[in-house]
Structure formats: C-alpha cells, structure tokens
Design a protein around this ligand. Structure first.
Ligand code: ARG
Length: 485
C-alpha cells in the first residue's frame, strides 16, 4: 500500500518513515498501515505455514496459471510471465530439494512462496498477485489438492474391492452362519458376506466421485470477495488447471468449504464401513470363534502374555474412525457461524482435512493387502452354522410350498425347535416320524432342505447368498474394476 494514501492518524510520524516496499524488507509487519509487529505468540497462533506448506505444489500450479492468464489478457508483459515461470520453477526446485527456508514470519505457504519469488526475480514477482487474493488462492489450492487426493483414495478403494471380490470368488461355497442381533439367523456363504462389504466400498467410490464434481470448480478470480477490476479470464485459468467450471459467485467461492465437508463426510463413511468390517475381523479372530486368521504382519504380540496374537490393525482402524468422524464435526462447526465472506476461521479447515485424507488412504491401502491374505477356516464356520437352527426358516418355507400358510408354518417349526432344544439336537437330526408329528405334509425330501447347502443353494435370486450368485456377482465386480482402469 502506498503510504501517501493512508489517512493520517496519531501514528503519522511513524508512517512518514515507513518504507513503501515493506513486503520484501520487513517480514513481521503487514504493510505501511501497521505500527507494530505482532507478538511472538500471536505470530505462532496465526501462522499456518507449518501445515499448509503441504499445498506448495498446488500453490505454484495456481500461480503459474494465474500469471499465464494475466499475460494472456495483457495485464502483465510476456517478459514478466517468463520471469515468473523461471522464478517459480526455482522455488519448486528449492522446496523439493529441502533447501527452501520456510518462515512463520511469512504466515503461510502463499506468502512464503511469493516472498521467495520476489527475492529471485524482483518486480515481476510483485506483479503476480495482481487481481488475486490469498482468499481465492487458498480455496483454489485446497481444491486442487483434494481433487488428487480423491483420485488416490479411489485407487485404494478399488484395490480393496478387488481383494474382497477375489476372496468372495475363492470362498463362494464356504458356508458360515449369517447373523441378526449377533444370533445365528440363516446360513450364508462367506463369499456373500465379503461382497456385502464390497458393495459398501463401491458406493464409497461413487460418493467420492460425486464429491469430486463439486470440488473441481475454480474459485480463482473471486479475489478477496467481490471479484477484481482487472479484465481477467477465469475460464482460461480453469482450463489451465483442469477445473470443470468456475465458481459462479465470488463471495461463495472464497468462503464456503462445503466441498471439504462433503469429502470428510464421504471419508467418515469409508471409515464407518472399515470399522464394521474391523469389528467382524476382531470377533472372527477371537479363539472362541476362530473363523479366520490374519497374516502375522497385521498383528502384534503382548509384552507379557507370550501366547497372544492381537488383531491390532482392525482394532486401530476401528479406533481411527473416531478421529475421522471428529474431523467432520470440526469442519461443520467451523463453518456454521461464519458470515460471508472469507474469515480467518477457514484457516482451521486444513489439518482435519489432511488428517482425514491421510487416515482414509493409509487405512484402505493396508486393508486391501490384509483382506487379500485372510486365511479362512471353513470347518469352524460350518460347525457354527450348524448350531442355532440356521435352517429353521427353510423348514417353514418347505411347509409353505406344501400348502401351509406361512404363519402356521412358522408356528410348527417353532415347536420343532423347542423339542430339539430340549433334546440337544438339530432339526436335521430328527427322524422323519418325529418331523411328521409336527406336520403330516413333511416327507423325505425335507432333509435336502434342512442341510446348509440346500439352504444357501435355494437362495439363488439376484442378490442372494447361493454360491452360483456369489460367483457371478464377484466376477462382475472384478470385471468392473478391471475395465475402470
Ligand atoms: N492462510 C490463510 C488460510 O488458510 C490464507 C488466506 C488468508 N487470507 C486472509 N485474508 N487472511 O485461509
């Protein structure tokens, strides 16, 4: 700011001596308008560079596109553009090699990079910020960053779905008890159970893609909040950066973080699905249940109990779901009280967002590997399926097919189950005579129905647990993933 334009105040003595080019001289004061620097604590409190330096690549890409546009519309000269391009590529090289000196005196990633650019190329660097504000700059950087994170997460989601579908194909015939209320309900195939999770993760992919559509819109051009008086070409910048469109309202562009909230919500759902799967893995690996074993590299031992092999990875994933949920609530709360347009509150959007992306991505990578190596124990599953009268519904369905109304059939089977409980046997252990006592329409073909295989094979409609359907569904998923690359 030019000090001559600054209204005189009681500090006018100081103003007269404040250098105009403060940006490249005194890092701690913002402009000629300020009479004193912030305290050390306030500086640390307001700085974000420690975490937002993660956006450096996106910041440079955004600046390059902005500069190219400024030159395209004649606001800066082609010489300035070429200086900016050279300067920014040097800055990028310095950052990559670790030589770049980040300073909290310069608050955030944007000012750090711009300051260094000015050091390297001089006046052309000072022209870069023409028609732009950090408000539209940071919104652009986050969107660029999030767009590529979503793409990476979808790769991992696909890997996990692939692992689950492969496991489902291998275990299409493996019978386990299906549960409701964690009580044995009906027999299902383990492959079917795996495919249930594959469906959840498939919807997660769709949610991420859908969210990406709203992330991939360009805020740049909104400047601080009201737009800019320079003859900018926003579509030019959008094209340079691969955005599908430009934000249609400048106030909205710099202020709302709904796209980040949406991503955190989609991430929270991914983790919710992971957490449910984890809960099952932990139960299944308990020696009491013993349905599966996880490879040693996903487990740890105990420092005191030599016999222990603990399913740490699923437990930790279940636990990490808590922080990912927390990040969502933090962002929602951050947003809810903000008047238009940009407020500094928004600087708090990043750490939670970064944490959600990192946690979701790492968790998925590990789970794809872990699920690919699950060791299934079919005997334990089978004997568990035999307890709990898992084929009782099949007997009721059988009676319905012989002409009984379903409610009567339900009652008949309930009585038969009661007898079995007293005798400590399964329905299939009852003799034909004993069964006939409950209903004369029962014949020898009933034993086919009472077997676990008979039960699962009978459910061969679309979405059913029959091995034939599971194989088909697993193969369709595998094809879908292979064709999506
Ligand atoms: N570091 C800031 C953020 O993350 C950049 C935008 C600052 N804008 C401002 N007017 N103070 O939101």
């Amino acid at each position: 700011m030019n000090s001559k334009q600054t209204p005189h105040t009681d500090a006018s003595n100081q103003l007269a001596t404040t250098p105009i080019n403060q940006f490249d001289k005194k890092a701690h004061a913002w402009s000629a308008r300020f009479n004193e620097p912030v305290s050390e604590l306030v500086k640390r409190y307001t700085a974000s560079v420690d975490f937002d330096k993660r956006l450096a690549d996106q910041d440079i890409a955004g600046s390059l596109a902005h500069a190219k546009m400024l030159s395209h519309v004649g606001v800066i000269t082609p010489e300035d553009l070429s200086d900016i391009q050279k300067g920014l590529s040097q800055v990028q090289a310095e950052i990559e090699s670790g030589q770049f000196v980040w300073s909290i005196d310069l608050e955030d990633v944007h000012l750090n990079i711009e300051k260094r650019l000015v050091e390297i190329i001089g006046d052309a660097g000072k022209r870069l910020h023409t028609g732009r504000s950090r408000n539209d700059q940071v919104a652009t950087d986050i969107r660029l960053w999030l767009r590529s994170e979503i793409d990476l997460i979808n790769v991992e989601l696909h890997a996990l779905i692939h692992a689950l579908a492969k496991l489902a194909l291998e275990q299409a015939d493996t019978i386990m008890p299906g549960f409701t209320h964690l009580q044995v309900a009906q027999p299902v195939t383990f492959g079917h159970h795996m495919l249930a999770y594959a469906e959840m993760f498939r919807r997660d992919v769709q949610r991420m893609r859908d969210c990406r559509n709203r992330v991939n819109v360009l805020p740049l051009g909104a400047a601080a909040l009201a737009g800019t008086s320079f003859p900018i070409d926003r579509h030019f910048v959008a094209k340079e950066l691969g955005f599908d469109d430009v934000c249609r309202n400048s106030l909205d562009a710099v202020s709302d973080r709904d796209f980040a909230i949406e991503f955190c919500a989609a991430g929270a759902l991914v983790m919710t699905h992971i957490s449910r799967l984890s809960e099952e893995l932990v139960i299944w690996m308990s020696p009491r249940v013993g349905f599966i074993d996880l490879a040693d590299r996903f487990c740890t031992g105990s420092s005191i109990m030599p016999q222990k092999k603990n399913p740490d990875v699923p437990e930790l994933a279940r636990g990490k779901t808590g922080r990912v949920n927390g990040n969502l609530i933090a962002l929602l709360t951050l947003m809810k009280g903000q008047p238009l347009a940009y407020n500094k509150d928004n600087q708090e959007d990043k750490e939670g967002l970064f944490d959600t992306a990192d946690t979701v991505r790492d968790t998925l990578t590990i789970f794809a590997d872990m699920m690919g190596g699950v060791r299934v124990k079919p005997d334990a599953m089978r004997s568990a399926a035999k307890q709990g009268f898992a084929t009782a519904t099949d007997l009721a369905d059988y009676l319905v097919k012989k002409g009984l109304p379903f409610r009567d059939a339900h009652e008949v089977v309930a009585l038969a189950v009661k007898t079995c409980e007293i005798q400590g046997c399964d329905l299939s252990d009852l003799s034909l005579e004993a069964l006939k006592a409950y209903s004369p329409s029962i014949e020898t073909d009933v034993f086919e129905v009472l077997t676990l295989e008979g039960s699962v094979n009978a459910r061969s409609h679309v979405g059913g647990t029959a091995p034939v359907r599971v194989r088909e569904a697993a193969q369709a998923l595998l094809n879908e993933i292979e064709n999506s690359h």
